[in-house]
Design a protein around this ligand. Structure first.
Ligand code: PMP
Length: 399
């Protein structure tokens, strides 16, 4: 008998499975709003000019490919720290942030999860209800019991902030709370700066450990604006973990570029934390890959390329916003009588459309418009070519 004879088939990833279905769909007009990827107005995945410029410079002075240090490229880690906390911020100036390069934002979350599991084996992890579906799997996979805190009210199609605060108030001391720093995935609803203050006060009072997932810095209101929430945690004197992803903001999905930053109490503590993060990395994949982080470091550390990146990122952010507005207007023009203005109050790549599973299935089967069964649509995949069709299709299923 084979040792593998009892292996069960794992369920297919719901979103990636749908993309396969989309690619096989032969209808001439179709739209893939399922996967969380930014496409430009022509429906193409962008290759940013800042990335191309950095790669061109790298090609003209080719570098060898030795092992990187366990914690990655130092210039990259410093750039991540500066982006997340601010170059002149007190935590960076006093060297109390431990930052490591990670394999995408997912890798940052996983390093943090493994580190926390060793430190607080009995802590529970709380994620938002709903959340990015990999949060639960990732923290459960790291050995944690994962519960959720209230976040979204499906009936009101809005945040349920009172319920969120109540859940956090009821959390056991020492629980780890995973928070979306901006551009909440999947709902598209972020809490306001004032609401962050209230959340931070509860985290402090209950002795919770905040873990911020920052997968979309710059996709919401701007790089500094989206990062401002970190400053609030710093001001409150809390310790925290922040995972960073450059998948979306640099359109470098396949390069797997991310990071983990841990805000410690002082420099000496940060060096102990860093040593433990390195143990986690060493025993998982030894050290990170070279290319993606070298590109990001080259862009972030060069004033001209950095300015170019900021312009390109702003273009992506503004295009998504314009698509939201055109979606709302298009739905109205297509005869939708319900108030769909909530789509303009959402932020980032996604919209929780409020459509039911049955309506989402109809969209897919009858109109070739693919979103998730939960009603999430990627607004960043809308473009002038598919918008009218998407609006017509939604209008039909809402009738
Ligand atoms: N967190 C959230 C909330 C995300 O939406 C994503 C990407 N879909 C990630 C983390 C993971 O990012 P990466 O692809 O860089 O691993």
């Amino acid at each position: 008998m084979s040792v593998f004879s009892t292996v069960e088939m794992a369920p297919r990833d719901p979103i990636l499975g749908q993309s396969e279905q989309f690619n096989l769909d032969t209808r001439p007009v179709k739209a893939n709003l399922g996967v969380g990827v930014y496409f430009d107005d022509a429906g193409r995945l962008p290759l940013l000019a800042c990335v191309q410029a950095a790669e061109k410079a790298m090609l003209s002075a080719p570098s060898t490919r030795g092992y990187l240090p366990i914690d990655g490229i130092a210039a990259y880690d410093n750039a991540v720290k500066a982006l997340v906390f601010g170059a002149d911020s007190e935590p960076v100036q006093s060297a109390r942030v431990a930052t490591v390069q990670a394999i995408g934002g997912t890798g940052g979350l996983k390093i943090g999860a493994d580190f926390l599991k060793k430190l607080s084996p009995d802590a529970k992890v709380l994620i938002s209800d709903p959340s990015w579906e990999n949060h639960r799997a990732l923290f459960s996979g790291a050995g944690f019991t994962v519960d959720s805190y209230a976040y979204y009210d499906a009936e009101k199609r809005d945040l349920n902030f009172d319920a969120m605060l109540a859940s956090l108030n009821a959390a056991a001391a020492g629980s780890i709370v995973v928070l979306h720093a901006c551009c909440h995935n999947p709902t598209g609803y972020d809490i306001s700066p004032g609401q962050w203050d209230q959340v931070i006060a509860v985290i402090e009072a209950r002795g919770l450990t905040p873990f911020l997932d920052m997968a979309y810095q710059g996709f919401g209101h701007g790089i500094a604006e989206d990062g401002a929430v970190i400053g609030k945690f710093v001001a409150a004197g809390l310790n925290l973990l922040v995972s960073t992803s450059f998948s979306k903001s640099f359109s470098l999905y396949g390069e797997r570029v991310g990071g983990l930053s841990v805000l410690c109490t002082d420099k000496e503590q940060a060096s102990r934390v860093l040593s433990q993060l390195k143990v986690v990395i060493r025993t998982n994949y030894s050290n990170p890959p070279t290319h993606g982080a070298a590109v990001v470091a080259a862009v972030l550390n060069d004033p001209e390329l950095r300015a170019l990146w900021e312009r390109e990122l702003a273009q992506m952010r503004l295009r998504i916003k314009a698509m939201r507005q055109q979606l709302v207007a298009g739905l109205k023009a297509a005869g939708v009588r319900q108030d769909m203005d909530f789509i303009n109050r959402q932020i980032g790549m996604f919209s929780y459309s409020g459509l039911s599973r049955a309506q989402m299935l109809r969209l897919r089967n009858e109109f070739g418009v693919y979103g998730t069964d939960t009603g999430r649509m990627c607004v960043a995949a809308l473009n002038p070519q598919n918008l009218a069709h998407v609006c017509q299709a939604i209008a039909q299923v809402l009738e």
